[in-house]
Write a protein that binds this ligand. Structure first.
Ligand code: GSH
Length: 214
């Protein structure tokens, strides 16, 4: 096996992949993409991922994009780490979470953070962002209820869903949403704090310069 390279941006959804790589103990390289500087649109990066997004995982000439697919790949490559359940119902539950997070939760947040992609009139852009923020609050509440007492998203089993979830938890506390995570989403916050006790999570947060959930 050669050493994979993760293209990431600090605090972006690539953080989930970064944590998963740390969890399985695989040697990997990190390559930072400066999103604020628009590096995702550079010719050099577009040759890696023509979709102009992070994460991308490369292994020699082989490139994989889309966070859920990369998480599944890392877990499948290291079955002994147990990050992906192989029981049909548990596996389906895992896929259900990943799909919801990437197709609904992430996209709702994108309407707040990148509202100008969804409207052109300045007032419409403002409205898209404000409406999406309310939608995010409802979705954040739904995630909180679905996590329940955990301890993990799938119950007793820690899986790739858990590091993916913490990404959205950090976005909740960030400036675009500014939610009081501990007060408004206590189950999700307990989950994030539990996650923060894991050495793999601590290494990834430290490397990306992010404060751990408290
Ligand atoms: N569907 C993709 C979405 C990736 C994505 O939107 N990544 C964001 C960071 S969280 C990004 O690269 N944004 C740069 C941009 O929007 O220009 C996935 O799940 O991996």
């Amino acid at each position: 096996m050669s050493e994979p390279k993760l293209y990431y941006a600090p605090g972006a959804c690539s953080l989930a992949v970064h944590i998963a790589l740390e969890e399985v103990g695989e040697r990997f390289e990190l390559s930072r993409v400066d999103l604020a500087a628009g590096q995702q649109n550079s010719a050099e990066y577009l040759r890696v991922n023509s979709k102009a997004r992070v994460p991308a995982l490369t292994d020699g000439d082989w490139v994989l994009t889309e966070a859920p697919a990369i998480l599944r790949y890392i877990a499948a490559r290291h079955p002994s780490a147990g990050l992906w359940p192989w029981d049909p119902r548990e596996e389906a539950r895992c896929a259900e979470w990943l799909n919801w997070l990437s197709s609904t939760i992430h996209i709702a947040f994108a309407h707040v953070r990148r509202a100008s992609r969804y409207a052109t009139d300045p007032r419409a852009i403002e409205d898209v962002a404000a409406t999406a923020k309310r939608t995010c609050r409802e979705l954040w509440r739904a995630v909180d209820a679905k996590i329940g007492v955990g301890p993990w998203a799938l119950g007793e089993r820690y899986s790739v869903v858990d590091p993916y979830l913490v990404v959205f938890w950090t976005w909740g506390r960030g400036p675009a949403l500014g939610f009081d995570m501990a007060q408004d989403f206590p189950h999700w916050t307990a989950h994030a704090v539990r996650l923060a006790a894991r050495p793999a999570v601590q290494r990834a947060f430290a490397r990306e310069g992010l404060p751990l959930p408290v």
